[in-house]
Write a protein that binds this ligand. Structure first.
Ligand SMILES: [Zn+2]
Length: 287
């Protein structure tokens, strides 16, 4: 069973939780750390002999074409994380289409590779965006991994299926939600992000095993370049909760990732999607 390994490529100052602290107009004034961090990640993946998918912001790809080439040349999949991290539910269908187009052009231009996968910033495809999948299909995307089927304070679509589904009957587009584990009738976030960093590694190992062995499905895991960077500048005026989530355990992240890469079989998202295509059921929402 090949689990999906993914990196959401964005700068330390482009995180959703800091949106109110750092305006988009100030982005170019901050020190870029994404190349350093992606090179560290490429080294981790190379040591473990794994390939992954890099969902990249168009804004980042445009400014770092050499990095994009290095990622593509190492055999990883290049995919889109949108243009500038605007969450899908803050855009209408037209603005979403424009965002996708601009991002894809920048990403393909920089990497020299076609990008047919998409991950919404902060898993922002949910019940508020009934038009989103249609726009993705129109724009030529073959899969999306943009849904967190869980209730969370910043994101989540609790009624969505836990595993791959077909959002539309007249399109082959597939959505592969980020991984959740079921425990005592509850869904737990188990696909990465702050949960992976803050909780002991044993929790993530247990959860991914549950998914592989009990559900018999591949897991989808994600993390960010800034999560392997304990030396990034600190956002001292951001809300305490955001700071806690962002800065806890940055220094142990690389070691945790090494364990995770060794304990399970990992691959690119497009490989996972190929395996899941025949099992993706039409979308049915839970009550
Ligand atoms: Zn992101």
């Amino acid at each position: 069973m090949i689990n999906g390994l993914s990196v959401d490529v964005e700068e330390w100052f482009q995180v959703g939780a800091f949106e109110r602290t750092i305006a988009r107009s100030e982005w170019d004034g901050h020190a870029s750390r994404v190349e350093r961090n992606c090179d560290l990640i490429l080294g981790l993946f190379d040591d473990a002999g794994v390939k992954a998918t890099f969902f990249t912001l168009g804004w980042v790809a445009e400014r770092h074409p050499a990095m994009m080439r290095r990622i593509a040349d190492a055999g990883h999949e290049i995919a889109s994380h949108g243009w500038d991290h605007a969450r899908v539910f803050t855009l209408g269908a037209e603005a979403f289409a424009a965002d996708l187009k601009r991002a894809r052009e920048a990403i393909e231009q920089a990497s020299g590779q076609a990008a047919t996968g998409y991950r919404a910033p902060s898993f922002s495809i949910d019940q508020r965006t009934p038009w989103a999948f249609e726009v993705l299909a129109e724009q030529g995307y073959t899969y999306s991994s943009s849904v967190a089927p869980i209730a969370h304070d910043h994101y989540g679509w609790r009624a969505a299926p836990r595993f791959a589904f077909q959002p539309m009957t007249d399109s082959d587009l597939i959505e592969v939600p980020v991984t959740t584990a079921e425990f005592a009738g509850r869904r737990l976030a188990a696909g990465g992000g702050g949960f992976f960093r803050v909780l002991p590694y044993a929790f993530s190992r247990w959860a991914i095993r549950q998914v592989n062995e009990r559900d018999r499905r591949p897991a989808v895991f994600y993390f960010h370049p800034w999560e392997v960077d304990p030396d990034q500048p600190r956002m001292k005026n951001a809300p305490f909760k955001s700071q806690f989530r962002h800065y806890t355990n940055l220094d142990v992240m690389a070691a945790k990732l090494r364990q995770l890469l060794g304990d399970f079989v990992w691959g690119r998202m497009d490989a996972l999607v190929a395996g899941e295509a025949s099992r993706a059921a039409p979308l049915r929402l839970a009550a």
